[in-house]
Design a protein around this ligand. Structure first.
Ligand SMILES: *Cc1c(COP(=O)(O)O)cnc(C)c1O
Length: 400
C-alpha cells in the first residue's frame, strides 16, 4: 500500500488505499482473484477459531486478495482500524446484530430506518431472546431514557431512511460508553466522504456497498468497519460461519467505484441542492426534506457532522399514488426504482401504510410524528449524476 496513506487527502486515499501493483506482473490496477482455494505451504487449521490476521489466504469465504483490497481501502476512508466485507448490507447488518448481541441483551435502535434492519431487529432478534426498544434517535433524550442496565447496543442510522433524520453521533457515543454498550452507525446514506463515525466515537460502522460506495448499481456488497477487536471476531463467526461472503468480482467492481467516490459525492450534493431548491418552490410540493436545506429541522447538526449533505431527498405531494403512476410511465431520465446511491437518479414512493405497519410498527405519538412528515407516502429521490436541468425537467413533467 502507498506509504503514509493515512496522512494523504481523501481523493488520494480513495484511489490508492489498499492497492499495490501486482508483485508478479507489475499490474498497476487491482487484480481480480476469483480463486476459491489458495495453495499453501504449511498446515493451516480448518477452524475459524484458530484464524488470525497472520493466517495466509486459504479459502475465499475466510479472506481473498481482491476482497482484502476493498476492506483495506474502506478502513482507510473511514479512519477505522479494520473492515470486514460481506455479500450485502443486510449480511453485514445481520452479522453485527447476531454476533454482538445474545439472549438477555437489550438493543436500542432508530425507530425509522432501513426496513430490512427494522424487521430483522423486531422479528428475528426478539425470537432469540434479545429485547428491542425502537426510539427516535434524533431525539437524544428519548434515546437516553430508553437505555437499560442490560442495553448492550445502540444502533442508529443517520441520515435515516426515508425521513432523513439526523442522529447526533457524538452524543449517542457518550450514552453508549456510559452504559458499556456498543454504538453502531449505519452510515450508508452519508458515506465516509460525509461522515467518519469512528472519529465521533462510534464503535462500528455499517455500510451497504450496493449504494454510493459501489455507486453504479451493478454490484451488491456490505461492510463493517471499526476496531480490530470487534471486527476480527465478526470475520471468524459471522463471515466464516454464516457464510455471507462477497463475490470477489463484486468486490472488484466496488473497488473500482470507490476510486471516484469523493468526486461523485461532490456532484451528487451539487445536483441535490439544485433539485431540493427546485422542489421547494414547486406548487405541487408539500414538503421537501434534505439535510442541506435550512428548513431541515437538524440542518445545524448536519453541518457539524456531515462534510457533504449527500444526494438523498425526500418529498411529499398531494395525490402521491397518481404522481407515482405518472412517474412510472412519463419519466425520461429518472428511473422509478428502489435503491439509491447510483450514478442514475432513482425515485420511489415509500407508502406510509407499508412502512409503519409492516416494518416500523409505529404507534401513537411516534406514528403521528411520522405521518406529520410523510403523510400517506413520501417520495425518496436518489439524485444521480445526470445534468440537474434534465432532472428538474423530468420532475416538472410529473408533478402536478
Ligand atoms: C440498502 C441499505 C441496507 C441494506 O443493504 P443491501 O446491500 O441492500 O443488503 C442497509 N441500510 C441502509 C441504510 C440501506 O440503504
Amino acid at each position: 500500500m502507498t506509504k503514509n496513506i493515512e496522512s494523504k487527502g481523501i481523493q488520494t486515499q480513495a484511489i490508492h488505499a489498499g492497492e499495490k501493483p501486482d508483485t508478479d506482473t507489475g499490474a498497476s490496477t487491482p487484480n481480480l482473484v476469483m480463486s476459491s482455494s489458495f495453495v499453501v505451504d504449511e498446515e493451516i487449521s480448518f477452524s475459524a477459531n484458530n484464524m488470525s490476521d497472520e493466517t495466509p489466504f486459504v479459502y475465499t469465504r475466510w479472506s481473498n486478495p481482491t476482497i482484502q483490497q476493498l476492506e483495506q481501502k474502506l478502513a482507510v476512508l473511514e479512519q477505522a482500524e479494520a473492515c470486514v466485507a460481506f455479500a450485502s448490507g443486510m449480511a453485514a447488518t445481520a452479522a453485527v446484530l447476531l454476533h454482538h448481541l445474545s439472549s438477555g441483551d437489550h438493543l436500542v435502535i432508530s425507530n425509522t430506518n432501513y426496513p430490512g434492519t427494522a424487521e430483522f431487529a423486531r422479528e428475528t432478534l426478539t425470537r432469540f431472546g434479545v429485547s428491542v426498544t425502537p426510539v427516535d434517535s434524533s431525539d437524544i433524550e428519548q434515546l437516553r431514557n430508553a437505555v437499560r442496565d442490560n442495553t448492550r447496543m445502540i444502533w442508529i442510522e443517520t441520515p435515516s431512511n426515508p425521513l432523513l433524520r439526523i442522529s447526533d453521533i457524538k452524543a449517542c457515543a457518550e450514552i453508549a460508553k456510559q452504559q458499556n454498550a456498543l454504538l453502531v452507525v449505519d452510515s450508508t446514506f452519508a458515506t465516509p466522504i460525509a461522515t467518519q463515525p469512528v472519529t465521533l466515537g462510534a464503535d462500528l460502522v455499517v455500510h451497504s456497498l450496493t449504494k454510493y460506495i459501489g455507486g453504479h448499481g451493478d454490484a451488491m456488497g456490505g461492510a463493517v468497519c471499526g476496531k480490530q477487536a470487534l471486527t476480527g471476531p465478526l470475520r471468524g463467526e459471522a463471515l466464516v460461519h454464516y457464510g455471507g461472503v462477497i463475490s470477489p468480482f463484486n468486490a472488484w467492481l466496488i473497488l473500482r467505484g470507490m476510486a471516484t467516490l469523493p468526486i461523485r459525492m461532490r456532484s451528487h450534493e451539487e445536483n441535490a441542492i439544485k433539485i431540493a431548491t427546485f422542489l421547494q418552490q414547486h406548487p405541487a410540493i408539500e414538503k421537501v426534506i434534505y439535510p442541506g436545506l435550512h428548513s431541515h429541522p437538524q440542518h445545524e447538526l448536519a453541518k457539524t457532522q456531515m462534510q457533504t449533505f449527500s444526494g438523498m431527498i425526500s418529498f411529499r405531494t398531494a395525490n402521491a399514488k397518481q404522481i407515482a403512476e405518472g412517474m412510472m410511465h412519463q419519466l425520461e431520465v429518472i428511473h422509478y426504482a428502489v435503491s439509491l446511491g447510483h450514478n442514475r437518479s432513482l425515485v420511489y414512493l415509500m407508502q406510509t401504510s407499508d412502512l409503519v405497519g409492516s416494518s416500523y410498527k409505529l404507534q401513537d405519538e411516534e406514528l403521528e410524528k411520522y405521518r406529520d412528515s410523510a403523510g400517506d407516502g413520501i417520495f425518496r429521490l436518489s439524485v444521480g449524476l445526470e445534468d440537474a436541468d434534465d432532472l428538474c425537467q423530468d420532475l416538472a413533467k410529473v408533478l402536478r
